[in-house]
Design a protein around this ligand. Structure first.
Ligand code: KG4
Ligand code: ZN
Length: 339
């Protein structure tokens, strides 16, 4: 069985072909970062228009690279939410139309389920059950994954998402969009321990997060210290250490609560080297295992949508002829997989 997956929820257009016997056959990606950089963030209307331009050429490329013709494709999967409504509509309309023209089913995919299953594209993949830490631009969640398609949200951010905190703090430090990865690079030059950021909600008994206080703390620190490249790097370092620490504290609690010993970390922020190391160290200490997607599959891509699409296709999920998207679509409202 072979599936075409299409991603267009935010500022990346992705198309990929996944085969359930042969694995990932192709993965084409176009990032709009350069276009949005001029505005300091994603401009939704520009994102939608650019997806329109890029979707079909990328889909052709993904088909060609995989050696597939439309007749070889058993279903067309697409990101139906959560995300920017206009951007989602483009991918959904293209996917739905191709499925209609090719006389194949269309399969709506939840973007966060795509992120969560991305480590399954790796050779070394987790067995179930596992705990998933999803850290992206719009979400921060700890999820108990008892079996494929069984999701229980144990905790989430009560304000900013982790990626959002990275991007907002980057802006305060004068780092251009996309802030997260660039802040992380700056942090590598920072002196550890010069500044100390708070660990909000570290002592709360639940597994929820709060990140908005970190950007306030960054703003105050920037106001108090000299304006130099080194000071900015030191602040970036302290900020990244605080985020890593908070994530590790909550993951430790969640592992204790569930008695699970496998951790999956996915979503854009899981590309962060400091965070990857911090959580790997934690799992070594606890005698558990940690699984990440390769860096290019941490951020948005078509491969994870094709993979999650295959999973949902086999479960019988189908889209009807209407083109519907869900800008908000909580993971725990998906149809549960009962085997
Ligand atoms: O998963 P993703 O590509 O899109 C969403 O679904 O939101 O995540 C994007 C987020 C952005 O906030 C970006 O700044 C952050 O992931 N990000 C990073 C890194 N790479 C991407 N944050 C910290 N360090 C990184 N290396
Ligand atoms: Zn994403």
């Amino acid at each position: 069985m072979r599936i075409l997956g299409i991603e267009s929820s935010c500022d990346e257009t992705g198309a990929a072909v996944y085969d359930d016997k042969l694995g990932l056959l192709s993965n084409a990606l176009y990032s709009q970062i350069a276009m949005h950089a001029e505005y300091g963030g994603v401009v939704p209307e520009l994102a939608s228009r650019d997806h329109i331009k890029k979707a079909l050429p990328l889909i052709s490329k993904a088909l060609n690279d995989s050696g597939s013709s439309p007749a070889d494709i058993d279903a067309v999967a697409y990101t139906a939410g959560p995300g920017l409504v206009g951007a989602l509509m483009v991918g959904a309309a293209v996917a739905r139309s191709l499925a209609y023209a090719w006389n194949r089913p269309a399969v709506p995919v939840n973007h966060m389920e795509g992120h969560l299953l991305a480590p399954m594209l790796e050779e070394r993949k987790p067995e179930f059950p596992f705990l998933a830490l999803l850290v992206s631009g719009g979400h921060t969640m700890i999820i108990q994954v008892a079996a494929p398609g069984s999701y229980r949200i144990l905790g989430q951010s009560v304000d900013d998402a982790a990626g959002e905190a990275f991007d907002k703090t980057a802006k305060l430090l004068g780092i251009p969009y996309p802030g997260g990865p660039l802040l992380s690079r700056l942090a590598e030059q920072g002196v550890p321990g010069r500044f100390h950021f708070p660990r909000p909600m570290a002592d709360s008994p639940n597994l929820d997060f709060s990140f908005s206080g970190l950007k306030t703390h960054a703003a105050n620190t920037i106001r108090e210290v000299e304006d130099s490249q080194q000071a900015r790097a030191d602040i970036a370092r302290a900020f990244e250490e605080a985020v890593t620490d908070i994530l590790a504290i909550k993951v430790r609690k969640a592992l204790r609560q569930t008695s699970y010993r496998r951790l999956v970390v996915a979503g854009g922020v899981s590309a962060n080297r400091g965070i990857r190391k911090g959580l790997a160290d934690l799992m070594t200490e606890l005698g558990g295992e940690v699984f990440y997607p390769r860096t290019e599959f941490c951020t948005d891509n078509g491969a994870m949508i094709a993979y999650a699409g295959m999973f949902r296709f086999k479960m019988g999920t189908r889209a009807d002829l209407s083109v519907e998207v869900r800008p908000r679509w909580p993971l725990d409202t998906l149809e549960q997989n009962n085997g």
